[in-house]
Write a protein that binds this ligand. Structure first.
Ligand SMILES: CC(C)(COP(=O)(O)OP(=O)(O)OC[C@H]1O[C@@H](n2cnc3c(N)ncnc32)[C@H](O)[C@@H]1OP(=O)(O)O)[C@@H](O)C(=O)NCCC(=O)NCCS
Length: 193
């Protein structure tokens, strides 16, 4: 598996995953169909914002339907190499990992659930890909001048907690995700870079 900068050649695999009903957004599953529509409308514009170090991309829709300005961020796709034995070319798409930050490692707004988010398609799960992707994004976080990252998970998401602790993540607190997320409980971890 390698992290790739999203490009036009990857789109068939990504679109097939989105069309199958997989959503990279756990708090707003309908975001998958919106993403598909965005790609179909203007793929070049969609790809343009995959590296967005100034947060100039389109606004973000939150779980409660509110739209907020985007903060600086970047997105990478997890792409299978031959050792992952993808059956077809479009099955090389494994998942997505994104990094978002504020200059100077300033605290994130409460509606941003951590510096890093990731999601793996179910047919590639359980093979260490999320762990490898988190390891591969840490140097990109350092490049942005970050000294630490925070990650949040649901208390019952044991796989994600394991991904984080494998990379030295330390549990900082149990917290309330606030009104945007229906006051659901969360765990906040920190990885020093
Ligand atoms: C959570 C998720 C990213 C894990 O991806 P993955 O590629 O399957 O994870 P990995 O294969 O790297 O496995 C990570 C670890 O979790 C463990 N694990 C997997 N499922 C588990 C479970 N149900 N309970 C406990 N541990 C589990 C694995 O054994 C592995 O531990 P190990 O390194 O000690 O062997 C993936 O299931 C997913 O996309 N879920 C939906 C989106 C999501 O929850 N994103 C994270 C939001 S914080």
């Amino acid at each position: 598996m390698q992290l790739v900068r999203p490009a036009i050649t990857h789109l068939p695999g990504v679109m097939a995953a989105l069309r199958s009903g997989w959503s990279p957004n756990t708090t707003r599953p309908e975001a998958a169909q919106e993403e598909l529509a965005t790609i179909e409308a203007d793929a070049a514009d969609y790809l343009r914002w995959m590296d967005d170090p100034e947060g100039r991309g389109p606004p973000v829709t939150l779980a409660d339907g509110r739209q907020v300005p985007r903060i600086p961020g970047l997105r990478r796709w997890l792409w299978a190499d031959d050792s992952d034995a993808p059956a077809t070319e479009i099955q090389r798409f494994i998942g997505v990992i994104s990094l978002r930050w504020l200059p100077g490692n300033a605290p994130l707004p409460p509606h941003v659930l951590g510096h890093v988010g990731y999601a793996i398609v179910p047919w590639h799960a359980g093979r260490g890909h999320a762990s490898a992707a988190l390891g591969a994004i840490l140097p990109l976080a350092r490049q942005q001048g970050l000294h630490f990252i925070e990650l949040t998970t649901d208390p019952d998401n044991l796989a994600s907690q394991r991904v984080i602790t494998r990379h030295g993540g330390v549990l900082v607190e149990h917290f309330d995700k606030g009104p945007t997320y229906g006051h659901k409980p969360g765990l906040r971890y920190r990885i020093d870079l």
